[in-house]
Design a protein around this ligand. Structure first.
Ligand SMILES: O=P(O)(O)OC[C@H]1O[C@H](O[C@H]2O[C@H](CO)[C@@H](O)[C@H](O)[C@H]2O)[C@H](O)[C@@H](O)[C@@H]1O
Ligand SMILES: O=c1ccn([C@@H]2O[C@H](COP(=O)(O)OP(=O)(O)O)[C@@H](O)[C@H]2O)c(=O)[nH]1
Length: 470
């Protein structure tokens, strides 16, 4: 079996990171993918250094070998806070109003990608499969090619891919997308993002898409395909059966004293639609005063990317909205929104999910959203809760038996809360059974194996991509 060299912006192994926190879905998924695969996970340590040395810090934690580098403050500012999170992230989430175009960010992005390429190069052996992750590292494959790397290299994008009409607002968009065509496999979360990418490639680059969706470019065949990511179902369910999960469940149940419970779990990010969610819950409380005192919303929102102004802004907005709604609807013994700005270990989250009658997952745009899948996996199949899910999350294409909502419509979400509370047990069970089958069968192992198989170069007939082209 070929070794896997996984490269992502951040390397985050749970034990090293102290288990709790806002790891995000990418880290959770890559830990699971690598635990069963020989290989190395390379990326930024999350630490600063005064002067970049390229020194590789190698560690073996939790069955995963990691190799990390430290970055200079200017790198972190221009590459991570700058181009990645002030330019590409908002643009890829369709928020050109928040997208900043600064030449220094672009230069920092290219500099750090070059630093990644130089540093990871000595780790790559001839038969290794190289798997690059996410928008932080789009040009990395082409930089490795320039250094003579002939290995199969794939890219998986965890975020949405924007429509061509939005992408062309990015200066040098042709250069960025052109560099991506050095990968052998380009993976997206859904067919929708894949379609937007192929549309751009056809329309802006004049390339032809083959009937099987592949692209021939510069004598090579590139596979562009959707590989929806899943949760580590087995590990998650084991965690959900742990004492920690049970304690979290008992504690939360006791604290709500018979009220119906709604839960949201999201990094504090404007893409997650938290403001609209709070307003929808406020509307529900106003529209149904007779049941308002019998429902509680628990929103867990660990801070994220706090050095970026738009993230500071969303934090302030949410504090104001929570205060406003709680002020209007609380009484001496009851507060409708419990808003918690900290992260929890996933075993505790599993207990919280199970204790909740409704999972409220309403991002305005989200690559996948693993929280939606975790909520389903954590339910008691005899008495399952109801998942309310944004139609704009990647997960909505698989979890079609959730109550799908338009998160921009306060009325739509408010009415979905009412529908979920009124839903008969038989319907809850029927919906949950179908949702669970998808979450269980299309898990992280399924995702990893599908991507690695494509990266290895096998098509559905078992022939390699190279043979096909010959
Ligand atoms: O590393 P951070 O800046 O703290 O951000 C955390 C991660 O956020 C994003 O996650 C995405 O990946 C998930 C798994 O595929 C997906 O479910 C979710 O919809 C995405 O938002 C980001 O793409 C990652 O690179 C970050 O590590
Ligand atoms: O307090 C928290 C909040 C979130 N998470 C995990 O972070 C991931 C979030 O992934 P998702 O795909 O929903 O969104 P992302 O943050 O990657 O955009 C999920 O596995 C959550 O269980 C966690 O471990 N503790």
């Amino acid at each position: 079996m070929s070794r896997l060299i996984v490269i992502s912006n951040r390397v985050s192994v749970p034990k090293a990171a102290g288990a709790a926190g806002a790891q995000g879905g990418l880290a959770v998924a890559l830990n699971s993918a690598l635990r069963e695969h020989r290989g190395i996970w390379f990326g930024w340590s999350g630490q600063e250094t005064e002067t970049f040395t390229g020194h590789l810090n190698m560690q073996r934690i939790d069955d995963v070998t990691t190799a990390t580098i430290d970055l200079e403050p200017q790198d972190i500012d221009e590459y991570y806070n700058g181009y990645a999170n002030r330019t590409l992230w908002p643009l890829f989430h369709y928020r050109i109003d928040l997208t900043e175009y600064d030449r220094n960010f672009g230069e920092g992005y290219e500099r750090v990608n070059a630093r990644f390429a130089d540093s990871v190069l000595p780790l790559i052996e001839p038969d290794d499969l190289v798997w690059v992750h996410d928008y932080h590292l789009l040009p990395l494959g082409s930089l490795l090619r320039q250094k003579g790397v002939k290995n199969r290299i794939g890219l998986f994008l965890h975020t949405p891919w924007p429509p061509a009409r939005l992408l062309v607002s990015l200066p040098f968009h042709e250069r960025l997308v052109g560099s991506m065509l050095e990968y052998d496999v380009i993976g997206f979360q859904t067919t929708e993002w894949l379609g937007s990418f192929l549309h751009y490639v056809e329309k802006e680059m004049g390339l032809t898409i083959n009937e099987d969706g592949t692209i021939d470019y510069d004598g090579r065949r590139i596979v562009a395909r959707a590989f929806p990511i899943g949760i580590d179902y087995k590990e998650f369910v084991e965690g959900a059966e742990s004492d920690e999960a049970q304690e979290a469940y008992d504690h939360l149940k006791a604290s709500v004293r018979g009220r119906k419970m709604l839960i949201g779990v999201d990094r504090l990010d404007y893409s997650k639609g938290l403001g609209e969610r709070f307003e929808s819950f406020g509307r529900f409380l106003g529209d149904y005063p007779d049941i308002a005192s019998k429902v509680v919303l628990l929103q867990i929102a660990p801070p994220s990317r706090g050095d970026v102004a738009s993230y500071q802004q969303i934090r302030e907005d949410l504090e104001r909205k929570t205060g406003h709604i709680n002020g209007a609807h609380a009484d001496v013994a009851f507060v409708p929104i419990r808003y918690v700005n900290r992260g929890y270990p996933r075993r505790q989250l599993a207990g919280f999910y199970r204790a909740s009658d409704i999972g409220l997952v309403t991002p305005l745009r989200d690559g996948m959203n693993l929280v939606a899948k975790e909520y389903v996996a954590a339910q008691n199949p005899e008495y399952p809760g109801v998942l309310i899910l944004s139609q704009f999350a990647g997960a909505a294409l698989q979890l079609t038996d959730a109550l799908l909502v338009n998160p921009h419509s306060i009325d739509d979400v408010s009415e979905a809360i009412k529908q979920a509370l009124d839903m008969p047990l038989t319907e809850r069970r029927q919906r949950h059974e179908k949702l669970l089958a998808s979450v269980r069968d299309e898990d992280v192992v399924y995702w990893r194996d599908a991507f690695v198989k494509a990266l290895f170069g096998e098509n559905a007939n078992g022939n390699s991509a190279k043979e096909e082209l010959a």
